[in-house]
Design a protein around this ligand. Sequence first.
Ligand code: URA
Length: 455
Amino acid sequence: MSFNMNEVITKKRDGGKLTEEEIKYFVNGYTDGSIPDYQAAALLMAIFFQHMDEEETLALTRAMKDSGDTVDLSSISGIKVDKHSTGGIGDKITLIAGPLAAACGVPIAKMSGRGLGFTGGTIDKLESIPGFQTTLAPAEFFKQVEEVGISLIGQSGHIAPADKKLYALRDVTATVADISLITSSIMSKKLAAGSDAIVLDVKCGKGAFMENEEEAAKLAETMCKVGNLAGKKTVAVLTDMNQPLGHAVGNAIEVIEAIETLKGRGPKDVTELSIYLAGWMVYLGRIASTHEEGQKMVRDALELGKALSIFRRLITSQGGNPRVVDNYNLLPQAAHKVDMFFNKEMLSGISSDGVNTAAPEDAVYYVSEIDSQRVGICSQRTGAGRAVKEDPIDPSAGVIVHKKIGDEVRLGDKLATFCGNNEDKVYIAINEAANIFTFSSTKTEPPALIKRTIE
Ligand code: URA
């Protein structure tokens, strides 16, 4: 049967339902270049306004998955479990939950991405460890999963090439934040990557694609349905992104925070979420018979230092220097570290809630909000992230957020530290950071980190 792209666009524009064949025609034609950008952009915008139902979303996901290579992990024994985050600020959870699940016996053969825009990427964080190789030949990758229990590598260019092209087009046509398009983009890569089960961390709040909890829940449900219909047991956890996870936002500084967490000294939120997600990974890997049992096993692995030891072996096996675990000075160090303090100018922002801005110097205030997206943007400005995907990054750069929502602050307290090797970039970041924090004279409860779980 032959198709006409103009007719496919018209059908969706008018609210019609696309057939599996029409969706395959679009995905294959756009990937091989026979459908031009302007027609693909028009269809994306039509999808953005008219939406796709579950059947269409599954067909789109499958067509995108089939546009490139799929990884066959069946030669690795056990149930392989993948984990994915929809993108957060300070999200170093893979570096912790991966070794935790592996320490409980779940084989982790994971492909991760690089950061773009205001969100970071696991591969950039790992590459801040001197010598760490994120490209392995398939045989080495498989062998490491068998021997160490975990391997974390960059996604090959041949996985879901349709997504690569479509994501770049969505990025410049204001069509990223659509449930079907996000689902097909993420799930096509997850299905192609070959694991048997998937744990999704769906972020919601100011620093996420989905600010609204109901929209994020819809995204989580759609991704779970598509995963399960494609034969992969999928669980999605809705988590808060109204403030950065932990304190460090960058690359080497996030690796340090991840190692501290593996040593049992990590920030409360990072520790809690790592245990919660790793607990699901252990359950889906059928090592535990309930999620609660999975979490208990994970807590034990953390307390006994088993996950830290797996992380060391992971570094060694991928060519990195494992001594970074004991000596953080072996990681890239920023030449410039500039602190931002709580000052009177910031106080003017709270007069609307009745605070007396002429309050005494020693008055106590509380952090009531953090603009986590802005923290991500400032981190990118320091050199820790990229504006376009060819940009080099400074592995030492980033932002350390010292105060979180609900924390007490007094004038002169340190709020954040901006780090990097390029002094100009560090000051550019600080100049854009003025409104990151909002304060109140009354204590604000921090938002719940784990909002709900969808099985
Ligand atoms: N991450 C992806 O890989 N794709 C999206 O569409 C959004 C987040």
